[in-house]
Design a protein around this ligand. Sequence first.
Ligand code: ADP
Ligand code: MG
Length: 347
Amino acid sequence: MSKIQVLDQNTINKIAAGEVIERPASVVKELIENAIDAGATAIAVELKDGGISLVRVTDNGSGIEKEDIRNAFLRHSTSKIKSVEDLFTITSLGFRGEALSSIAAISQVELITKVKSGLTGIRYSIEGGSDKSFEEIGSPDGTTFLVRNLFFNTPARRKFLKSSSTEAAHVGDLLEKLALSHPNISFKFINNNQIKLHTSGNNQLKDVIYGIYGREITSNLIPILANNESIKVQGFIGKPIIARGNRSYENYYINGRYVKSAVIGQAIEDAYKTYMPQHKYPFTVLHFTINSDLLDINVHPTKMELRFKNKEELYLLVSNSIKDALSGKELIPTVTLGSNNEQNYYW
Ligand code: ADP
Ligand code: MG
């Protein structure tokens, strides 16, 4: 008797889902990235039970065409790339076509979507990867995903979920990062009927920082704006007095994507070295715009790590612009030669 079996698609999807979807925050991340890629200017996230029983993500983006809805849930189906060459110039957050198939494999999904040109919207339900219903329904332009009972059919995975409040906290952290990455988009986060975060989408990064970190941090920021031929960096860094004991305030984004990068992290910390005691880490929110052909974002499925073609250039731009900002007059008590010769502290 032969012992080798080719796994059916449903089993393959369930296994693959484990790579992409670990907890409610991973569902939220994938759905928000899709909403951003769809051009949404307002995105709302609502959780019940920390997202374990319900994650709802609503956007006012492009919507999904009726004929594309079922395909969107197939593995490796994407509207964002056509061939491997496109990977080198990718500008969207998603491109692997794995998220919707993964989410649908391990939960009960309801999708309501309408494109601007559509007369009505469509409501589609899919559970554990199987079609449940597909019908026309009145709805506003854009897309709403309701993801219920995460891991209902994979109890082994469900066991690894933490308490509702811990899962909700992960989603909260994620939303802060996403709001900081896109100050031009209004984000609203509701947990157990309470609004936890609401940004205006007015494109003022400082307003988003204020909404998340409050007055103390916001009044101790130094703006950064620098560029070389291929890289632009802009945003805010914190004065050394608002340093922390861990790296959780070191945020930076490349082409709108929250990333971790050894080169950027090193450049930031080296630049602060002479201003900061040991084991203290700075506050930064920096947005990098880098030509996509100088990046390889295809390194890891969760896409937190990137490879650069021009590491040294990036290092120098970051460390020099931060050093310049820190050594600027804001930090140095300057003596004004005015009438009363008072010392003027800018911070
Ligand atoms: P990827 O984002 O890698 O393309 P996904 O599985 O996340 O793969 O999504 C599959 C496709 O479904 C996307 O390429 C897109 O065309 C469509 N889609 C998903 N979410 C949305 C949304 N909120 N608005 C419009 N289109 C969407
Ligand atoms: Mg996606």
